[in-house]
Design a binder for this molecule. Structure first.
Ligand code: BGP
Length: 478
């Protein structure tokens, strides 16, 4: 089998990481807007507002908000036939809980989508990509509050109705399962906006995390059902962060550790795709005596809102050992994960494993038999700008071509049904994890440094011409 003729070759970004214009056009602050930059191992920190002297990298980002027309022209030159971005919730509902949307925000996305479509580029839209309205954190405590289901559904209904003839592909929550391994206050990489009570134990944190995850899954399911009513042609997917967890060895305890770790990290996909909680998770809830608010209506909503496809990100794989160390895998930290000695890692410790992509595709497809969509994959690196303005990013080309090769093998040898591929951060943007500019993924270079200095001008790296060729040959020439 070869790649589909209508294969979606694109690039992926998120509103808060590239748009800037954080308070333009009536936009309210999101959690990303009150998050400081981290660097040199210092974590990003959420503040209680805008503090003088702090570096808030998302405020300007790469100023896509004002430059999207020139950028979309470059995307067209690159040859993209789709563009994955998110709609910033706070452009549409500045506080997240209003009845009436902000027309200026709606108009911005109308203009952006028109510009894309005019250039033969189909928008692929994430509804929530780590950019919860900050007001929903301060007023309601984030997604541990049931009220957020209604706010999210109202937001989704508003934009799905408005763009029903412009957008066909949707995703609900970006990397919804990431919250299972970042159970600290206002962690980056989550949609929940949680602050845990002072002194909360690991078990208490876990219970709060499961409650928030449940509300997000119910919100997602309601939006899938609603979206299909708004336009039966909509394709609405979930988005899972996929990092397969290998056993460190064939020792049975390592094998079991990997199995349990996979359950704890990927049960989200079971609920999204099958519409109910898996038994292994119900057993875990019982053992831990969690008191979760899961109503009969929620159970019905989950069953009625199964996704059409599985969107997922893939950057790296993990390894784990020794299930006998602890009766259950502890998600408050990845302390049982070990370095895989068979693969290299990036400067940020992300283990590079192209075959892991094929493994992941098989795992998803055997389990669910639903179309897959690789909506993120990429290599974060420090790029060197030569004196003549060129950037020779062969390491990025090597990483991506090895992954595309594995992706093609999965289609050809394993018969996986794959809709498309959108490499992450194909235009340089603010890193979600670190808030840095220097961790770059792009084929398009943006002149801006970690301190916010630079002309913001765009230029092409070597990988630009390489990806152009990949798309033009439908993945034949890597
Ligand atoms: C994913 C997120 C993206 C993105 C990417 C790279 O988890 O969905 O938002 O940023 O990771 O991560 P980072 O920016 O930390 O390198």
């Amino acid at each position: 089998m070869a790649l589909r003729k209508d294969f979606l070759w694109g690039g992926a970004v998120a509103a808060h990481q590239l748009e800037g214009g954080w308070n333009a056009g009536g936009k309210g602050p999101s959690v990303a807007d009150v998050m400081t930059a981290g660097s040199n191992g210092v974590e990003r920190r959420i503040t209680d507002g805008v503090l003088a002297g702090e570096n808030y990298p998302n405020h300007e980002a790469i100023d896509f908000y004002h430059r999207y027309k020139e950028d979309v022209a470059l995307f067209a030159e690159l040859g993209l036939n789709c563009f994955r971005t998110s709609i910033a919730w706070t452009r549409i509902f500045p506080n997240g809980d209003e009845e009436e949307p902000n027309e200026e925000g709606l108009q911005f996305y109308d203009d952006l989508f028109d510009e894309c479509l005019k250039n033969g580029i189909e928008p692929v839209i994430t509804l929530s990509h780590f950019e919860l309205p900050y007001h929903l954190v301060t007023e309601y405590g984030g997604f541990k509050n049931r009220k957020l289901i209604d706010f999210f559904v109202h937001f989704a209904e508003t934009v799905m109705t408005r763009y029903k003839d412009k957008v066909k592909y949707w995703m609900t929550f970006n990397e919804i399962n990431n919250q299972a391994n970042f159970m600290r206050d206002f962690a980056p990489f989550t949609n929940s906006g949680l602050k845990f009570p002072e002194g909360a134990s690991d078990v208490e944190r876990e219970e709060i995390m499961y409650q928030a995850a449940h509300y997000e899954l119910v919100a997602s399911a309601k939006v899938v059902e609603l979206g299909h009513n708004i336009n039966p042609d909509f394709q609405i997917g979930c988005m899972i962060a996929m990092c397969p967890i290998y056993p460190e060895s064939c020792k049975p305890e390592d094998m079991m550790a990997a199995t349990v770790a996979m359950q704890r990290r990927y049960w989200f996909a079971d609920v999204h795709v099958r519409g109910h909680y898996p038994n292994y998770l119900k057993a875990y809830f019982d053992r831990k005596a969690f008191k979760l608010d899961i109503t009969d209506e929620d159970i019905t909503a989950l069953a009625n809102g199964c996704v059409d496809y599985i969107g997922f990100s893939y950057y790296m794989s993990f390894a784990i050992k020794d299930h006998d160390k602890a009766p259950f895998f502890d998600y408050s930290e990845d302390k049982d994960l070990v370095r895989n000695q068979f693969v290299e890692a990036s400067e940020w410790g992300w283990q590079i494993d192209p075959l892991g992509l094929r493994w992941s595709m098989s795992w998803f497809y055997e389990r669910y038999e639903k179309p897959l969509f690789i909506v993120e994959n990429g290599f974060g690196a420090v790029d060197e700008l030569e004196a003549d303005g060129t950037i020779h990013d062969q390491y990025r080309i090597d990483y991506l071509s090895a992954h595309i090769k594995a992706m093609k093998e999965s289609v050809e040898y394993d018969g996986v049904d794959l809709m498309g591929y959108t490499p992450w951060g194909f235009i340089d943007l603010v890193s979600a994890g670190t808030g840095e500019m220097k961790k770059r993924y792009g084929f398009i270079y943006v002149d801006k440094d970690n301190d916010g200095n630079g002309s913001l001008s765009r230029s092409k790296k070597d990988s630009f011409a390489w990806y152009q060729k990949v798309i033009a040959t439908n993945g034949e020439k890597l």
